[in-house]
Each structure stands twice: as C-alpha cells, then as structure tokens.
Design a protein around this ligand. Structure first.
Ligand SMILES: Cc1cc2nc3c(=O)[nH]c(=O)nc-3n(C[C@H](O)[C@H](O)[C@H](O)COP(=O)(O)OP(=O)(O)OC[C@H]3O[C@@H](n4cnc5c(N)ncnc54)[C@H](O)[C@@H]3O)c2cc1C
Length: 407
C-alpha cells in the first residue's frame, strides 16, 4: 500500500524488511537493485512529558532501561513463575501481566525505572503486537522469530525500503497473471475441486491457496461451502486482528532535528502517536510518520483527519520534544495521510495477534491443508514470524510445497 500522492513514496502498510540475515527478502531486494536504508533505533530523542515535567532522557540511558526490562522479560525465572500461575489458577496470562512482573523484578534488583520509559516499552510491544497488551496472550512472547539476530533489545538490521514496499512487490509480480479488482464472495469446494466466485465470474481449479486476512476470515465476508472444519474455525476463533495505524504529516520544512531516525515522547494522558519516523532522513521529504497502536489506533479509526491533526498538533506544540525547547517555530502541516486499517473491508485490521487463551499452535492449526484442496497462507499462518512480510512470504512457499508434495 505505497501512496505516492504526496510526491514521495509513503508506505501506509509495511515499510521495513525486519529481522536478521535470515530474512530472504533482504537478499532479494539487494539482488533486484532496490535501495534500502538501515534504521538506527538508538538514533532518537525521547522526551518524558508526564506529570507536568519535560525531561529529555538520553538514548544511552533509555537503552539501559529497555535492556533491563527486556532481560527480565526473557528470564527463565519469570517464565517459570508465569507458568506456575497458569497451572495453579488456570489464569489466561496476558502480555501486560508478563511486562508488569518483569518491570517489578527489574526494579527489585536494580532500582526504579522511569515511568515514561516503561510506557514507551509498553508502546513498542503494542506496536509490534498491534493490540492493547491486556488483550494479548502471553504465549505470543514465547514464539521466536526464525530470522535470528534478536538477542538485543533493538533490531540491528531493519531495512527501510526507500523507494516504497511496492518496488519489491512489483519485482515479485513480474510475469505473473494477476487479476486486480476481483472481490471473492464465495469458495465452493469438495476434495480435489474448487470454484471461486468473484465479482467477475467463477474460477475453477484443483486447489486454492487462500491468503485472506484473519479479519476477513473472521468477518465471514467470504462464504465457504461446505463450511471449514471445526479444527480450523476453532484456531481462527482464538486469533484476533490487531491495529497499527500510520499518520503522515508533511510540513513546509523540517523544523525538527533532521539527523535523527525517530522522535519519541510520552505524556499523560498518552498521546495518539508516541513515535515519529523522520522521513527527511530517508527520502529528504519534510515529513513525519507517526505510529499509533493498541487503543490509540482504535481511537484514530473513529476520528476525522482534522480531529486527529488538531489533537496531534496541540501535543506537539505543548511539550513533545519534536522541535526541541523552541516550540514557537512549529508550522501547521501542509498535507496529511492517515491509514485506517480497521475500516478497510479487505483487511479489517493490520495483522493478527493471539487473543487470551490462544497460542502459537493456533497458527499451526490454520496452516493444515483442508482435504488437500484448500491451502491457507498469509502472515497469520506463520507461527514463528507472523505479522511480517517475510512470514507471509514463507507461508506462501509452504503452501506451494504442500501442493507440490501431492503430485
Ligand atoms: C501499518 C502496518 C505496518 C506494517 N509494517 C511492517 C513492516 O514494516 N515490516 C513487515 O515485515 N511487516 C509489516 N506489517 C505487516 C505486514 O504488512 C503483513 O504481515 C503482511 O502484509 C501480510 O501479508 P498477507 O499476504 O498475509 O496479507 P495481506 O498483505 O493483507 O494480503 C491479503 C490480500 O487479500 C486481499 N483480499 C481481502 N479480501 C479479499 C476478497 N474478498 N477478495 C479478494 N481479495 C481479498 C487483500 O486486498 C490483500 O491484497 C505492517 C502492517 C501494517 C498494517
């Protein structure tokens, strides 16, 4: 979903190739001559504006705090306690439960951690997992990425596609017969035979690879005849569609420190967007891209562009650290683009997350072929790397292998 209406490529959906060297799309982009830029997540400014203060926390101190929380979240001792709680009380633990316990452990052993930093850490998790942490099953944290390189608290080699994610998609799409604008309404199937009814007619085949997002599958927008088996729908019922939205504002000129990758801040009550990507560093455009997730992203879905911009500009002009202490120079934005993935009928959310009571095995449940005729793929079906472009890519390869194996 690369928008070019502002005069530069703006990805309203994915913009980074995540993970370590194991992400196959990185080599693919390099070989195709697509330019990428590594994001330096520690090249940021963080201002804690909570409780009426305005305290800038230097990146080294911020990272020190984050590492302490991360270390404590990954500790075996914490997980033994969490598992014991599940076994003894039958509780469905959420990611929020784990984070709170981890912060307490880190503070017990090493002294207090700034509340603004804890809020930022919570926000980072909410952005990655795309939902309020209280709604996400703790088991989400146990499924590890397949691409490696995740030992530190910050990704080392996240590559931003400067020319837009569609530049990569266009390479994949070369020489393929893709029909755009076809809305699928019904999939009729029996073992070895599928008929897909779309807006332009019926398509018949021996197999189908179905990559409909979890939001669309759960919403019942596509009717399966006969209905999908109970094992599939039971796994599907424990997966939810999360929300991560982007707010892009362009200005007459960059009034912020344009050498930074990110400008981040925390206020009470929490802002709609905690973190802003400085696009000027990537493509020279005087633009900021704000990220909003969890309950703030749900709020954004219901608000008009004007209401969102006025809310954000009020915060920016008060005490957010984007311009530094000199807030008088902040002009109004010239152009605005805002994603609302929850309102998109072809997505109904951004990407999937395991709801309370769910686990990674629900993703495996979606990946089991139905009568060797329907093969499900897409990010939600990849247990180790869901919510990513490369996870979706791998899931498609898996479906292709499953079909090949039948020959
Ligand atoms: C804001 C945002 C930021 C993200 N950032 C990153 C990032 O930086 N890096 C990263 O790796 N991942 C990122 N992701 C996640 C990544 O975009 C997804 O994991 C990935 O796109 C999932 O691919 P998919 O093929 O499973 O689903 P999708 O890309 O959602 O594809 C599903 C397709 O099905 C189509 N469809 C739906 N209903 C119908 C119908 N009835 N008939 C016909 N077609 C239909 C849709 O139009 C769509 O084309 C981000 C996602 C969002 C929303």
């Amino acid at each position: 979903m690369t928008d070019r209406s502002l005069g530069f490529p703006l990805d309203l959906g994915p913009s980074w190739l995540h993970g370590g060297a194991g992400n196959p799309l990185k080599a693919f982009a390099t070989n195709a001559g697509i330019s990428t830029q590594v994001t330096n997540y520690s090249n940021l400014r963080f201002v804690n504006g909570s409780s009426g203060q305005r305290q800038e926390i230097p990146p080294s101190q911020l990272l020190g705090y984050s590492r302490r929380i991360d270390k404590s979240m990954n500790s075996t001792w914490l997980w033994i306690r969490m598992r014991a709680r599940i076994l003894l009380s039958g509780e469905n633990l959420s990611v929020a439960d784990v984070l709170n316990a981890a912060v307490k452990d880190a503070e017990d052993s090493n002294g207090p951690i700034d509340r603004g930093v804890v809020a930022l850490q919570k926000w980072v998790l909410e952005s990655n997992l795309a939902a309020p942490l209280e709604e996400i099953s703790a088991s989400a944290l146990l499924d590890e990425s397949d691409t490696g390189d995740q030992d530190d608290s910050l990704p080392a080699d996240d590559r931003y596609l400067v020319a837009g994610m569609d530049s990569l998609v266009k390479v994949f799409a070369q020489n393929l017969d893709i029909r755009y604008g076809e809305t699928v309404r019904e999939i009729q199937w029996r073992p070895g035979s599928v008929s897909v009814a779309s807006s332009s007619g019926d398509w018949k085949s021996d197999f189908a690879v179905v990559t409909l997002p979890v939001g669309v599958l759960r919403g019942g927008d596509v009717h399966f005849e006969p209905a999908l088996p109970g094992s599939f729908t039971s796994s599907l019922s424990r997966l939810r569609m999360g929300l991560l939205n982007k707010v892009c504002l362009t200005f007459p000129e960059a009034f912020w420190d344009a050498r930074l990758d990110f400008l981040t801040f925390y206020t009470d009550p929490p802002p709609l967007c905690y973190a802003w990507l400085n696009l000027a560093l990537y493509n020279g455009a005087p633009a900021l891209v704000g990220f909003t997730s969890g309950s703030a992203a749900r709020q954004v879905e219901e608000m008009s562009d004007d209401a969102i911009v006025s809310n954000i500009m009020q915060r920016i002009r008060n005490r957010d650290g984007i311009a530094g202490p000199d807030n008088r120079r902040i002009p109004d934005p010239v152009q605005v683009r805002i994603s609302r993935w929850g309102n998109d009928p072809f997505s109904r959310g951004s990407y999937s997350f395991p709801g309370l009571g769910g686990s990674g095995s629900d993703r495996d449940g979606l990946a089991i072929p139905v009568e060797n005729t329907l093969f499900f793929a897409g990010e939600a079906t990849h247990r180790d790397d869901p919510a990513s472009v490369h996870g979706a890519w791998w899931s498609g390869q898996r479906a292709a292998r499953q079909i090949q194996a039948l020959a």
